[in-house]
Design a protein around this ligand. Structure first.
Ligand SMILES: Cc1ncc(COP(=O)(O)O)c(C=O)c1O
Length: 498
């Protein structure tokens, strides 16, 4: 199969498969079928009940029309997500070609459902799975459902919430747990760090283990040579991507790619049927289809244009405020579309900076006491960059850099480099509630997760420490969302009776 010259700014991109099948990258099979459908239907006697938008409440219709006209369902010519034979099949094939995988599944419940299905498709009850502690909660939930034994590898770089795992640690875990059947890696991390995927995949494959990469934040990587390596190119077996995060598809859309032949495609399809709705939104499916065509045809141009803006903006800020924006991440690859602003090092809390942005109408991805995370995409512009620079110049004018305040390390240094846990549901019978102050020394009954980024601070069975409790209280005082507490307002949490 020949890949298109990626992103060539040319109206027609042709993929060749075998000797004679031609695919037009500009084609959007699902969208085209919906356009045709809405042009011929004269009366709707099927679900959905809004009947092509005519029944929508007027306050909603003013936003939802004309999209409601293509909010269709499995009707003649529109195919079926769970048994695709027509336009959805064609659109999924085009997606596989665009990203370079062998099979692509369209998802309508985000990378969350991709992670659930991917893990369930390769992990049997009791299997050992090696996983980075930076994994999103959907991966932990999947491992809970799969009833896996989990070997947790601590990110070597920059702490569990921001850092990425290192190939050296994956190698050590593989040697320590040769019975493991799969390795799950997050790449890029929420903050855009891309670990050495190629080494990790090779190590896992050499030892007979399958590799799932949660690439929720990396759907764009395949479309520009200046971006870090994508997980499909690194030859992971299953790759999950949110098309709504870093590319321009609707919220909740995602892809699950199968690469190579180590994973049974029909088992993946089965679990997607288990976890996904039987009434998938055609708005979402069409939006994945259209985003794929956009990326295939002009992705390199769009991404390249924004990369230039990002480089220029970063340079201007680095000249005035060196070190404010993350730079280099300890030598690891990173995604230039993610900016971490280490504001506390300049005497400004993340919350203060987030508020300053908000006062200018700029809403950011996340903040904590130390930093703010900005997520750019190729849909941003020079105008957005100028607005961001203006706020940063106002907030940091006249300030200088002070000692690095690494709040996370107070508790993360206490976490072992490897640990084995049974995720989440160890605790249905013997869990009790106590005030956070009374918990040091006791074991957590369920995961405690800071959201965003949705990465657990504490896993079930791990002991509460004084530093961890202080960190949780700090996050709560900061108004951050901490999931898994029995009562966040009263500062109470679950623990396991021994
Ligand atoms: C690393 C990672 N994986 C998976 C997810 C879930 O993605 P989605 O929101 O598309 O379900 C997220 C969400 O933030 C994430 O950060």
């Amino acid at each position: 199969m020949a890949r298109p010259s990626l992103g060539a700014c040319h109206p027609i991109v042709v993929y060749t498969v075998g000797m004679d099948t031609l695919y037009d990258g500009l084609k959007t099979p699902i969208l085209e079928a919906l356009e045709k459908f809405q042009s011929i239907e004269t009366a709707s006697l099927h679900v959905p009940g809004h009947k092509a938008g005519r029944g929508l409440a007027s306050e909603f219709a003013k936003y939802a029309m004309p999209l409601a006209r293509i909010d269709a369902t499995e009707l003649p010519g529109l195919d079926d997500l769970h048994h695709p034979q027509g336009v959805i099949k064609e659109a999924e094939q085009l997606a596989a070609m665009a990203w370079g995988s062998d099979v692509a599944f369209f998802l309508v419940n985000g990378s969350t459902v991709g992670n659930l299905a991917a893990v369930m498709a390769v992990v049997n009850a009791g299997d050992t799975v090696i996983i980075g502690r930076d994994a999103h909660q959907s991966v932990w939930h999947a491992l809970e459902l799969a009833r896996a034994k989990v070997v947790v590898v601590l990110p070597r770089h920059l702490g569990p919430l921001i850092g990425a795992i290192d190939a050296v640690d994956i190698e050590a875990a593989i040697h320590a747990y040769p019975e493991a059947t799969a390795v799950v890696i997050t790449s890029p991390t929420y903050h855009g760090i891309v670990p050495d995927l190629t080494s990790m995949v090779n190590l896992a494959h050499t030892n007979g283990m399958k590799v799932i990469v949660d690439e929720a934040h990396g759907a764009h990587l395949a479309f520009h040579p200046d971006l870090p390596l994508s997980a499909v190119s690194a030859k992971a077996d299953l790759v999950v991507q949110s098309t709504h995060k870093m590319t321009a598809a609707f919220t909740q859309t995602a892809l699950l790619h199968v690469c190579g032949n180590c994973v049974d495609v029909e088992t993946v399809r089965h679990y997607l049927q288990v976890f996904q709705t039987s009434s998938p939104s055609y708005l979402m499916l069409a939006s994945i289809d259209a985003a794929r065509a956009q990326l295939a045809v002009e992705g390199q141009f769009l991404i390249g244009t924004m990369l230039d803006i990002l480089r220029e903006g970063r340079k201007r800020l680095n000249d005035t405020f060196p070190g404010l924006i993350n730079d280099g991440w300890e030598g690891l690859m990173s995604d230039p579309f993610k900016w971490t602003l280490w504001s506390l090092e300049w005497g400004v809390t993340g919350e203060q900076l987030a508020n300053a942005f908000m006062q200018s109408g700029i809403f950011i991805e996340l903040y904590d006491e130390e930093h703010v995370l900005l997520v750019w995409s190729y849909a941003n512009s020079t105008r957005d960059m100028e607005k961001v620079i203006r706020v940063i110049q106002q907030v940091f004018h006249g300030r200088s850099r002070i000692a690095h305040a690494d709040l996370e390390s107070s508790w993360s240094n206490e976490i072992p480099r490897y640990s084995t846990v049974l995720p989440f549901d160890t605790s249905k019978k013997n869990k009790h509630i106590a005030s956070l102050e009374d918990l040091p020394g006791k074991r957590a009954a369920c995961a405690i997760t800071l959201y965003p980024p949705g990465i657990p601070l504490l896993l079930p069975g791990e002991s509460y420490t004084t530093n961890m409790i202080q960190y949780i209280k700090k996050c709560l005082a900061f108004g951050l969302r901490v999931d898994g507490l029995a009562n966040a307002k009263e500062g109470r949490a679950w623990f396991l009776s021994e």
